[in-house]
Write a protein that binds this ligand. Sequence first.
Ligand code: SAH
Ligand code: SF4
Length: 435
Amino acid sequence: MPSPAQPLRGSGSAGPSQEPPRGEATAGSLGAPVPRGSGSAGPSQEPPRGEATAGSLGVNLLDFDLEGLAAFCAGLGEKRFRAVQLYRWMHQKGEHDFGRMTDLAQSLRRKLAGVAEVRGLPVLSEHRSADGTIKWLFDVGNGNAVETVFIPETDRGTLCVSSQAGCAVGCRFCSTGHQGFSRNLATGEIVAQLWFAEHLLRRERRLAPGERAIDNVVMMGMGEPLQNYAALVPALRTMLDDHGYGLSRRRVTVSTSGVVPMIDRLRGDCPVALAVSLHAPDDALRDGLVPINRKYPIAELLDACQRYLEAAPRDFITFEYCMLDGVNDSDAQADALLQLVRGRVPCKFNLIPFNPFPASGLRRSSAARVAAFAARLQDGGIVTTVRRTRGDDIDAACGQLAGEVQDRTNAAQRLAQRRVAIPVRPAPSGSGAAA
Ligand code: SAH
Ligand code: SF4
C-alpha cells in the first residue's frame, strides 16, 4: 500500500498537523472534528454522500448545496431560513463548531450535534513556493491523498481543486493518469478543499469580513470532474451560491478531457466556464494521448463544445494543449488545429509546457517551439496564451498533482503497454527540451 505521506520536494513550511484551518480547532481535529480518514467510505464503495458512515460522527454538512441542506433541515423539522443561516456559518465564516454558531437556535444546535458535523479533510502536508504558490496534500483515507494548489495573482487568487483520488482516463502525459483510479471524492471532499484554503488564507491575511482570498476556482487538480458528475454539481453550486462562496460563473472552470454526454448535462444543470483538454489536432494522435478520445472523438467533442456555448457564461471554450516535444508541437499541427476550430468553435488556446515525470517517456517542448506554435495560432486568429509555470520549486503546477493513490485499475501497466504505440519524433538536436 503506498504511503500517502510521500516526501514532497520544496520548502515545506507548516508540517502536516501544525496548521489547522481554525486557530482554535481542537487537537486532532484539523477543522474536521473526527478521526483521520473517517471521511471516506470503504475501499471500493462510493464515498459518503450525506449519509453517516461507520465511525463518523454523522452526516457531513459540506456534502450539501443549499437546497440539499434545506431538505436535510426540513427533515429535522427546521425552516429553510435556518438552513441558510447554517450554510452561511459554514461557508462564509468557516465555522465547523455548532456551539459557536451563535444566532442559530439552541434547539437546532442540539439536534445537529447528534446527527451531523462539518467535516473537513485532514492535511497531510503543506508546501509554500517562493512565488507564493501553496500546495496542500489532503488525506482522503485508505492510503489515498489528493492535492490542492493556491496560485496567487496580483489582483486575485486561483484555487486548483481535485475531484477524484487518481483518474481512470489515463492520459499518457499525466502523472495522475499514470497512477490509476482509486475513487470519486464526495461533494464535501471537493468543497472542503475550498473551505479550508479560503478560510486559512483569510485568517493569515487578516481579511475584513466579506473580503475573499480566492475568487477563481479551476477543477484542474487530480481527476476527471465529469466522471464524478453527481458529486461535482452540488460542489459547483456551493461555490457559486451567494450564501456560499459567491463566485462568478465565469470564474469557476471545469476542465475536462472530453466526456461528451456530461458536457451536455453540465450545460443544463450548472453552466460554468469550460476548459477542454485537446492536446492533438487529429484522432489518431489524440487516441494515443487522451484515451477517452476513442469513445468520444474530436468531431463529437467539438459539437458538444458548440452546444455548450449556447448556455455558457463565457462566449468561448478554452482549449488546453500540453506541449510535447516532437509529438504535437509542429507548425503543421498548429495549422491543423486552426483548420479544426476556425469558424466552428469560438475558442482560446492555453498552451501548457509539459511537466515531465520519468515514467512518461515524453519531453517538454522547447520554449522557442512553444513560442513559435503560439505565434502560428495567434496569426491564424486564435487568442493563445502560454501558461506560466508556477510553484515549480514545489511541483505545484496543475497536471503535476500526484498525491499517491491506490491504483485499483492497473492503469500504470496499461500505460506502459501503450507507450510503445505512440509515435514520438526524434528530438531535433539542440532543441533544449527538458528530459
Ligand atoms: N481531468 C481534467 C482536469 C485535470 S488535468 C482534464 O484532463 O482536463 C488539468 C490539466 O492539466 C489538463 O489540461 C491536463 O491535460 C493537464 N496536464 C496533465 N498532466 C500534465 C503534465 N504532465 N504537464 C502539463 N499539463 C498536464
Ligand atoms: Fe485524468 Fe485529466 Fe490526467 Fe487525463 S489529464 S489522466 S483526464 S486528470
